[in-house]
Ligand binder design. Sequence first.
Ligand SMILES: Cc1ncc(COP(=O)(O)O)c(C=O)c1O
Length: 406
Amino acid sequence: MIKVDDIKKDFPIFERKINGNKLTYLDSGATSQKPNQVIDVMSDVYKNNNANVHRGTYVLSSETTSKYEEVRVKFKKFINAYNSDEIIFTKGCTEGFNLLANSLCKNLNKDDEIILSEIEHHANIIPWQMAAKKYGLNIKYIKIDDSYNLDLDHLNSLLTSKTKIVSIVGESNMSGMLPNIKEIVSNVKSKSDAIFILDGAQLVPHRFVDVQDLGIDFLCVSGHKMLGPTGIGVVWGRKELWDSMDPVYGGGDMIEEVYYDKATWAPVPHKFEAGTPPFVEAIGLGVAAEYLMNITMSEVQQHSDSLREYAKSKLENIDGLNVVHSNSKNAGCTFAMSVEGAHAADISLMLDTYGVAVRAGHHCVQPFHRKLKLDATFRATGYIYNNEEDFDTLAYAIENSIKMLK
Ligand SMILES: Cc1ncc(COP(=O)(O)O)c(C=O)c1O
């Protein structure tokens, strides 16, 4: 069992008071807080090792290079990749999708199809829309049912010989919905030769994602949502796929030979990492992954599940509160909420007076909001440093805000 009080001590931000109250941080869906271990390792690199990676034969550069490259090995273990060279560093999940859309779509034929779902984050819509426009491809969307779950019969009806890419979210950043990825992948693979991409932005921080077991082809991850710093993410992909793909960004570090009129590419992973990489951030991410592995991802998941059950019963019993949350038994600890007649931003401002931090807006899932006929919601996400008391405070603050609005 996770001991939240002990974990909280690793996170200096919880020493802050907000509007005279203790901080109740429930916005980890947007970004997680950072433990001292991550902050300290990054500061230590700047103080003691700082030198560009892959560029020097001197001590400092060799030190940062090996620390940077070691993160690939740690991340390989974290997601059970086949090979550490399959780990490509990006600046976040969004950049991962842009990389994949640009590199994969140029090899497709006009009228080939990409399947997404109705609840995708803009990061997993816009890059495909841009590529579809450029290469004449079509995008289809898997419908959701009344419980906010993906309609798998509908997915089956969309799969054709023209389906070349299926890219879906692993955990909804709005309803906490967790699709059965393994089942979906095996369905997709039995009916098409499509590449399967998983959006791990919300899933990877909360559950063990075993890329081999799931049978997926690519996984996009954001470092800052899993205790790591901003400016770093990972795209994992099967080595043979990376080998067959062209790079998207050109520049230093990604080449083998450069002439005035042509160039050859460095082997994977460097082929996809042009220029100076965010090596200090990557080193921070390595420590974040280690922090989670030390707790163990099964404990992290159990905590998410028990906190979700508690939060769900609290929030669903508040009069006048509309809660958008997956009705399935298996879901993440994320709740989007609205109050009729009140704007989400106003509620969020009222909650702030209690020291409660939640996000208000469309959370980059505007089509999903539109489908539910909602302009905006406010959203609470629980993580390893949250406990039942945090959701008690949230519920109390929401109830009082609703009373005041009446
Ligand atoms: C489900 C999902 N996918 C992708 C992203 C994009 O992540 P980033 O903004 O870190 O690139 C987010 C961020 O909120 C997300 O929640």
